[in-house]
Design a protein around this ligand. Structure first.
Ligand SMILES: Cc1cc2nc3c(=O)[nH]c(=O)nc-3n(C[C@H](O)[C@H](O)[C@H](O)COP(=O)(O)OP(=O)(O)OC[C@H]3O[C@@H](n4cnc5c(N)ncnc54)[C@H](O)[C@@H]3O)c2cc1C
Length: 309
């Protein structure tokens, strides 16, 4: 089915919205890579009702894309057709509910780890090392140091593309390694995360350990998208990439990190095309040299320059 243009008549009769709705918004600043083209239509909801009001009017044939903080996404140079919804800070409230935290999808994982520490709840320390939003973490089943979202999520509020909201239990989200059963038509609005009462100092110490380990192992101050490829069962993607001789490999302004070979880097002048093509070259090298096919972990969205998907 051809996607309708988001800027067609549909936007002329919208209910009043509190958030920001704009056409043709450059998206590069919303991606950690700092690359990519514009959104045809861009919306940052002010609250859940706002999101519901807009989605309630969205024609079925307008493509929907959801963005968190863009730490695991490559936005292609030709931009993204349809409506892009960014779940920002306005959708990021954090509140305690017994041994749980009720967290808006726009909250940063970092802020949630700190809030859990302040409430004396342990088990969420790993979020200190994941630089995304809670919505992105649920969608990707983000994890680190042996803990992932599936271990701490009680349930999540999900809005479908027609504005209907439902609460889904963790067991029904079909989580596996860096995967959830959510589709591109689902927007994570909030999540209930379970903690275990613990000593604040011990939680703080664990978070500091995680922070140091990250600093030592990852190019944190670079324009990157985190792990480029998923680890194949029983193997480490970075070791395969290293074995295939790709450490430091470049294409245009894109580079395979010298520090961590599963990280792609924009050295300053890369286009999304450079980054994606370098990633595909690495996949080919690993397939040729190691006989293993790597799957992209980074989500690639939109059209390539010139219009191809
Ligand atoms: C330096 C660095 C280190 C990283 N380390 C880790 C790590 O240790 N472990 C790990 O798991 N990941 C890691 N990542 C990847 C990334 O931080 C996580 O995948 C994170 O959960 C993505 O969240 P985000 O808000 O940035 O999502 P985005 O990158 O914006 O989006 C990622 C996907 O989630 C979807 N999405 C985002 N928000 C929502 C929402 N509210 N509702 C529905 N779908 C949504 C998007 O549509 C897209 O498909 C790292 C990234 C970087 C840059």
């Amino acid at each position: 089915m051809m996607a309708a243009h988001a800027s067609s008549h549909w936007t002329e009769d919208l209910p009043p919205l509190k958030g920001r709705l704009e056409a043709n918004v450059p998206l590069a600043r919303y991606s950690w890579f700092r690359t990519g083209g514009p959104a045809e239509l861009f919306f940052e909801p002010a609250d859940q009702d706002d999101l519901c009001a807009l989605l309630g009017t969205l024609p079925a044939d307008v493509r929907l894309t959801v963005l968190g903080v863009g730490s695991n996404i490559l936005i292609r140079d030709g931009g993204v057709d349809g409506l892009v919804i960014r779940m920002g800070k306005a959708m990021g409230q954090i509140a305690r509910d017994g041994d749980c935290l009720m967290v808006g999808a726009g909250a940063s994982d970092f802020a949630v780890a700190h809030a859990a520490r302040d409430y004396g709840l342990s088990g969420l320390e790993f979020l200190r090392g994941v630089p995304g939003s809670i919505g992105g973490a649920v969608r990707m089943n983000a994890g680190a140091y042996g803990v992932e979202m599936a271990d701490i999520l009680v349930d999540a509020c999900i809005m479908d593309r027609f504005g209907h909201i439902r609460t889904v239990a963790c067991a029904d989200l079909d989580f596996s390694y860096r995967h959830s059963g959510l589709s591109d038509r689902d927007v994570v609005v909030s999540a209930r995360l379970r903690g275990v009462p613990g000593e604040r100092e011990r939680i703080e110490a664990r978070m500091a350990e995680i922070s140091k380990a990250r600093e030592d192992a990852q190019p944190l101050r670079s324009r990157t998208g985190g792990s480029t490829f998923k680890n194949p069962p029983g193997m480490k993607a970075w070791e395969l990439i290293d074995r295939a001789g790709c450490r430091g490999m470049t294409l245009g302004g894109a580079q395979i990190s010298e520090k961590h070979t599963n990280f792609l880097i924009n050295t300053g002048t890369a286009s999304s095309g450079d980054l994606e093509d370098l990633g595909d070259m690495v996949r080919q090298c690993v397939a040729d040299q190691c006989g293993v096919t790597l799957d992209w972990e980074i989500r690639r969205i939109g059209k390539r320059a010139g219009g191809a998907r």
